[in-house]
Design a binder for this molecule. Structure first.
Ligand code: FAD
Length: 457
């Protein structure tokens, strides 16, 4: 006997969209979150989202338009700034249009959509663990804030949407094909504040700014995302390497002393840290009666760390495939498998190639980046193309080759060419994602050599 068709742990962007998709198709859904109903959606975030994600979701699951009061400001471009802070490129075009929004209100809107579609939302309730029967997932243990006893809820499918902790993923039984742990080097640690700036005016609040500096934020960046002329979301994130200062320490040392607006009187609206997984998606995001969505499935862009849009995309695909499996009365790994290739095709393949590019970025110096910006051997449009499509055309032109060779940067040129090739290689492997769980071990064997080589670039 089950209590619900599907129980979803976590009502963030991924869990709420999974619930919305399934409830709209008539399935019984329980959406559980440890936060109070009013606090769902409150999260440490840069609060920026590309409009293209919302267009895709409107087509895929008929997601309604974002209400205007959720949006703080329209975004029309992103400036990338070199470590010397003198050279910058603007990325502007259909894929950089988007929104700076109120993250809390956005989350409230999403969970409200799931509720209106018929999902039952149980807030202030912690999911404590998986319930296994015959070695397979059969339910979850939950405990409400006002209760002193655990309760077991059974469902045909359990969805882990608990964010970067992936707390249910980590409890899967021995022998699961799902990777239960995420390496530290595959996680970005971050700190960010949101301020009102009564004494400082952002002249171009529709342009987001990303500052690279390998000495301060290795493999990551500092962002200054205005949310209007007198409001800003400012933060930094970098790869979690042993011995590095905490993000709060780097923020206090570096950000406070570097940006002019930080030296004016500020009204702090929020100040907190967070973690995001920045790698390719989990190799399989399903097991018997079990699915993963959002950060719990590593559905984050490895280069810019954006994961709101892709977590919603993951939730939509998971919801559609779960619905089809429930209709068939079969929620085995084989029956849920189709979620993997669907997500890989729509976004995972891009993540996989950007994961290669991330390793390259981890190995370049401030001097390399300053050089590339100064000599204009990398343009904003190139980087936009890399981060949006996962395709690397930088370094292919004869002019580029002559310029770099003439300036004595041949090793850099060779590395760029090698990275471009590895990115294409990994995309070919992902285009051949296995059609069933049986093919997974052999497919994985093809991934390792490419990533190992990428780490050495
Ligand atoms: C500092 C920072 C800045 C970022 N900036 C951006 C940005 O500007 N744009 C962008 O697109 N992405 C950004 N991201 C990434 C983005 O925020 C995430 O990828 C996205 O929110 C993932 O959604 P999710 O639903 O998977 O997880 P979450 O939003 O983390 O939701 C998980 C939910 O699960 C609940 N939960 C957790 N454990 C339990 C439990 N045991 N029981 C019950 N409930 C539980 C939590 O309360 C939460 O509501 C940023 C991330 C960080 C850390």
């Amino acid at each position: 006997m089950v209590d619900y068709d599907v129980v979803i742990a976590g009502a963030g962007s991924a869990g709420s969209i999974t619930a919305y998709t399934l409830a709209k198709r008539g399935h019984s859904v329980l959406l559980v979150d440890r936060k109070s109903r009013e606090m769902i959606g409150f999260k440490t975030c840069g609060d920026a989202l590309g409009a293209h994600h919302l267009r895709t979701l409107a087509d895929l699951i008929q997601l309604p338009s974002v209400p205007r009061d959720v949006i703080e400001y329209d975004v029309n471009g992103i400036d990338l700034i070199a470590p010397d802070m003198e050279h910058r490129f603007r990325m502007a075009g259909p894929t950089t249009n988007g929104y700076s929004f109120n993250r809390h209100k956005f989350g409230q809107w999403l969970v409200g959509l799931a509720e209106q579609a018929g999902a039952q939302v149980m807030a202030s309730t912690r999911v404590k663990g998986l319930v296994l029967e015959g070695g397979k997932v059969a339910g979850v243990k939950i405990r409400s804030e006002n209760s002193d006893a655990d309760r077991v809820v059974r469902a045909h499918i359990i969805v882990d949407a608990t964010g970067a902790t992936g707390m249910l993923r980590r409890q899967l039984p021995e022998g699961t094909p799902v990777e239960r742990t995420i390496e530290k080097i595959d996680q970005m640690v971050a700190w960010r504040d949101v301020y009102e700036t009564p004494e400082y005016t952002f002249e171009t609040p529709d342009i987001l700014e990303i500052y690279w500096n390998q000495e301060k934020t290795l493999g990551g960046y500092t962002w200054v995302f205005p949310q209007g002329p007198h409001r800003v979301n400012v933060g930094l994130g970098y790869m979690m390497l042993p011995g590095h200062k905490t993000p709060k320490e780097v923020f206090d040392d570096f950000v406070r002393s570097t940006w002019d607006f930080m030296k004016t009187d500020l009204v702090t609206l929020d100040s907190s840290g967070g973690i995001a997984p920045v790698r390719r998606p989990i190799d399989t995001m399903v097991d018997d009666n079990f699915m993963l969505v959002g950060d719990a499935a590593c559905q984050v862009n490895p280069v810019h760390g954006g994961g709101i849009g892709s977590s919603m995309l993951g939730g939509a695909h998971a919801g559609i495939v779960a619905s089809e499996a429930l209709e068939r009365g079969d929620t085995s790994i084989e029956s849920l498998w189709d979620y993997n290739p669907r997500y890989m095709q729509s976004y995972g393949i891009k993540q996989a190639s950007l994961d290669i590019f991330r390793w390259f970025l981890l190995n370049v110096t401030n001097e390399d980046i300053n050089f590339a910006f100064k000599k204009e051997i990398i343009k904003g449009s190139d980087l936009l193309a890399v981060s949006m499509t996962g395709k690397m055309d930088i370094g292919k032109g004869e002019k580029f080759r002559r310029l770099v060779a003439g300036l004595g940067k041949i090793p850099l040129l060779m590395r760029i060419n090698k990275v471009a090739k590895l990115m294409e290689d990994i995309k070919a492997v992902y285009a051949d994602y296995p059609g069933s769980p049986k093919g997974l071990p052999a497919w994985r064997e093809r991934l390792w050599p490419i990533y190992e080589e990428a780490k050495r670039t």
